[in-house]
Write a new protein. Structure first.
Length: 237
């Protein structure tokens, strides 16, 4: 075990082969189609019959993740991992554990799993983005900037609509890093890039307005905030 980090191992275990359960195919189809509650019924039924089936716990974790029940999802992922069984999605465990741990507030576990996930897939934009978030939250601005700039490189190679989504959020977060580092002009340029990619994304206009205000450009700031309000920003919806 890595010292002081629950749910982490420094070596990959030898996995056992276990017979699957046909019901999981139906449950995953429901999961992929967004019918999360129905998929959970199937996964819970399988787990009740076969509590030692790792894949059932993993898929239940995915459904809980979709419902934003991240602590519960994390528990299911760790149960799946502890059973040391091979299954189709096993290679995704580090990735999903990293994100669920992040949302559940366990940044150290998230960091360890991000590092492992990036060892397996170093040019994965989403995992690199999470590395940037973790660095930003720890005020490690140089590392955060490096991560978000790498996301911009990796995302440019993705197909649409993934490309635009990843580019937009990387520019937004890079803008946050630059602003915290007192590089307001560069932050404004970054958020302007995000707006060019997704001009209907309200959050970007709010950030632009805030940056313009800090730079003393009051009339431009008000124009940006007016656009933010037009797009539903501040409506509480």
């Amino acid at each position: 075990m890595l010292e002081g980090v629950s749910g982490t191992t420094d070596a990959r275990p030898a996995l056992t082969q276990v017979a699957g359960d046909a019901r999981l195919k139906v449950g995953k189809q429901l999961l992929v189609s967004g019918r999360l509650d129905e998929s959970l019924i199937i996964f819970d039924t399988v787990i009740q019959d076969r509590p030692d089936l790792a894949r059932a716990h993993f898929l239940k974790g995915m459904a809980l993740h979709g419902k934003k029940s991240h602590a519960q999802a994390l528990s299911q992922y760790l149960k799946a991992e502890a059973l040391e069984q091979d299954f189709a999605e096993y290679g995704l465990l580090d990735y999903y554990i990293a994100w669920s741990a992040f949302y559940a507030g366990d940044s150290e576990l998230s960091r360890v799993r991000v590092e492992r996930s990036l060892q397996d897939a170093p040019e994965q934009a989403d995992t690199t983005f999470l590395a940037g978030l973790l660095a930003f939250n720890d005020d490690r601005l140089e590392a955060a900037e490096e991560s978000f700039r790498r996301v911009l490189e990796y995302a440019a190679l993705e197909p649409e609509p993934i490309r635009s989504r990843e580019l937009r959020r990387a520019w937004i977060r890079l803008s946050d890093v630059l602003a915290r580092d007192e590089r307001q002009d560069e932050a404004l340029e970054a958020i302007t890039n995000a707006i060019q990619i997704s001009p209907e994304f309200a959050e970007s206009w709010f950030r632009k307005g805030s940056l313009l205000s800090r730079l003393g450009r009051a009339s431009e700031a008000e124009e940006a905030l007016a656009r933010w309000r037009e797009l539903g920003g501040g409506s509480g919806s």
